[in-house]
Design a protein around this ligand. Structure first.
Ligand SMILES: [Zn+2]
Length: 336
């Protein structure tokens, strides 16, 4: 009798392990199917538009920044993303005074989201800044890498999650797409958002922030498939693990943690919009290609972007976000 029971028990275990394995493979296939829609042609169209003459370098409070905001708004509307409740469009207006003389008018963050199916009150924020340095005389500071690249990536990730949502694979947690203004003048857009949050910071589980992901720095000229990650283990080792595993399974980039070192003199962890989330104890990853000779110069133009590599990096962010959005466990914070 005992032996019969043992026999059935082992059969049952075998079947359920098989089912589990099969489900995992299926989910990976589904993820990959959507990630494969993050392609160079979609990204380069967006970067060329954002970094075109028309937007005049997207300086905070200027005409070019407003046009860039409208471009992002139209895109979100077109793909059918939701605006936050109570918004009649996707704009969070920031009063002129908030910019401390650094903007000649009020300026706007652009915000859209996809509601989660199981944990809609938990939020994953994927962000970039869309402002840049404007123009000086006849020189337009195009900011193709800084940060039209990140903005195009956020838009494309939004489109891909929305495609998945429409196909019945919506995220379990809500995903927020946030395009900041006022970064170049001193992280104003993200400071305003985190002091006037649209989605509660207490239930914001992570911020994946993208600032410059289209270029290759001097250190990596010979072995191009890399990205610098900053912050991934600082507040949640769990986040670091998820990010590492998404890369190991899917994108296989070289993840360079040079700038994650607390003693690194560049202190990038403190220098882009994610820091306003990190200081509120929200785990962050900052995705960055490192500096280059066109950084903050008019010569940061769209023709110098490596779109193939940019697509890979964007896919890594998509896979990481997917895992955080859909796993049953919450992200564990490190114990101090
Ligand atoms: Zn930037």
């Amino acid at each position: 009798m005992k032996r019969v029971l043992l026999y059935f028990l082992s059969i049952f275990i075998l079947i359920s392990c098989g089912a589990k394995k099969k489900t995992k493979i299926n989910v990976d296939t589904i993820k990959s199917k959507f990630a494969s829609r993050i392609v160079t042609s979609e990204l380069d169209t967006k970067v060329y538009i954002l970094a075109s003459d028309v937007f005049e370098g997207r300086e905070t409070g200027e005409k070019g920044q407003k046009l860039a905001a409208s471009y992002i708004v139209d895109y979100y509307e077109h793909i059918g993303l939701l605006a936050p409740e109570g918004f009649d469009n996707y704009l969070q207006e920031i009063p002129k005074e908030f910019f401390k003389e650094k903007s000649k008018s009020a300026s706007e963050n652009v915000i859209a989201y996809i509601p989660g199916s199981e944990y809609p009150e938990e939020f994953i924020v994927i962000s970039s800044h869309y402002d840049h340095l404007g123009k000086k005389g006849d020189n337009i500071y195009y900011g193709a890498d800084d940060d039209a690249s990140g903005t195009a990536a956020v838009m494309q990730i939004a489109n891909t999650f929305q495609d998945a949502f429409k196909a019945g694979y919506g995220p379990k947690r809500s995903i927020v797409f946030l395009n900041f203004t006022g970064e170049e003048q001193g992280l104003f857009g993200s400071e305003y958002y985190t002091s006037h949050p649209i989605f509660p910071l207490e239930s914001t589980v992570v911020n994946l922030n993208i600032d410059m992901i289209g270029r290759i720095d001097e250190k990596h000229e010979d072995k191009a498939a890399y990205i610098y990650l900053i912050g991934s283990d600082k507040l949640s080792k769990d986040l670091h693990k998820i990010s590492e595993s998404a890369n190991k399974i899917f994108t296989k980039l070289e993840l360079d943690y040079t700038y994650n070192d607390e003693n690194d003199p560049n202190r990038y962890y403190y220098r882009s919009d994610h820091y306003n989330f990190a200081k509120n104890n929200i785990p962050v990853i900052f995705y960055f290609n490192g500096s280059h000779k066109d950084y903050h110069k008019p010569s940061d133009t769209p023709d110098k972007i490596n779109y193939t590599l940019m697509a890979k990096r964007t896919q890594l962010i998509f896979y990481t976000a997917w895992e955080i959005a859909n796993r049953d466990e919450s992200l564990m914070l490190n114990k101090n």
